[in-house]
Design a protein around this ligand. Sequence first.
Ligand SMILES: [Zn+2]
Length: 482
Amino acid sequence: MKELIERALDGAQRGGAEYADVRVVRREDETLTVKNGALEAATSNDSAGFGVRVLVNGAWGFSASAVLEPAEADRVAAEAIEIARASGRAQRTPVELDDTPPATDTYRTPYDEDPFAVSLDEKIRILLEADAAMARVEGVAIREGTMVAGRERKTFASLTGAWIEQEITEAGGGIEATAVNEVEMQQRSYPNSFGGQSVTGGFESVRALDLAGHAQEAAELAVALLDAPQCPSGEMDLVLDSTQVALQIHESCGHPTELDRVFGTEASFAGTSFLTTDRLNQLRYGSELVNIDADATARGGLGSFGYDDEGVPAQRVPLISAGILVGYLTSRETAPRIGRRSMGSARGWSWNSLPLIRMTNINLRPGDAGSLEDLIADTREGIFMSINKSWSIDDRRLNFQFGDQAGWLIRNGRRTQLVRNPTYTGITPQFWGSCDAICGPDEWTLWGLPNCGKGEPVQTGHVGHGAAPARFRNVKVGVGRW
Ligand SMILES: [Zn+2]
């Protein structure tokens, strides 16, 4: 592999590249699905290859191949050079990279139990145990359980002398019960609706989920939702569970702080952003309580790593500080345009994908509102919503509507009537501006979101969101005419 990398970099330099990097990546994925008491699917993927990225006269070229042979490195490097020269003819402003120093390092995800070393039988046993617990609840029509394992081994090297080897290990799992009657279909997932909880780490995190121990409660709630009254409409105080806060962060803070999106270079896929750079250090994004960091160093986060795919070390940087917009997710190309050095959020999904600005772990810091029960006790009238069901947000990331699996009315500080199909709408800065309480560190969970899509062709992103339950005042709830 050393020879392949050296030949690719030599070829790029001979071709006239002022900068070049090579990524050799092998990614393994395993997914297990158990449905209604039987193994529904067991898939595994193993993909390896390398990509060469070059900068010639300020224009990018990229090429990749699955043929991991030194001679192929010459061809791929030459092709990347050719592409850079072609795209240079259409380019107005030359790309300039920041001055991140080249690193030589290795990084390995810490874990106790290798998820790939756990037998298929053991994984299926755990899923079937949860399935059986759901099956004991009358009225559940579909029972599903999923388990995932992932491993990425990659070497990054650059013409400027970086050489970084990383091994990132991921594990995850979750369950879902679906209940149906003549008119309704209702679902309840555990522990979230992101396809389960995924982390960088080992199988110990899947065991800690105790899927079987939570299966009955999930199934009973799915059935109860069938007969629950519809969520009322009106303006009321809203308490969100940490999984819904996580998705709220993803859509209304993570995406709009992606600096390539802000500059409009990603407009084709998911729009632009209202967080324009003239608003940096000016815009009131949320209340004083709202502090949101991008933290690629968080242990266990699905968006954690040692270095990004430009060789920039993992960092923790504030995006929102006491409610004010103070930062962006950046790359080596975009950061200098706001006078900064990259905070390390450029990642490509595979060996054949160009790194884009991707979220790391975008985390809302915990507050001092105690436990979820404390927060509900502190709320006179309102509604508590739990586990996302649907979302939509406009392309500038301002106007949104979210729906959750379950809602409970809050009366005089107590969780009362269960309601189905709860939804809420808002405008990002007003919504975060109405945040007046965030639960404490004991309620804070770093959720993994394994299915963020970006780019054309679309790249998957593995990202994380740390959140605790939070309260928002006077939010438009329900399906009224808003
Ligand atoms: Zn996304």
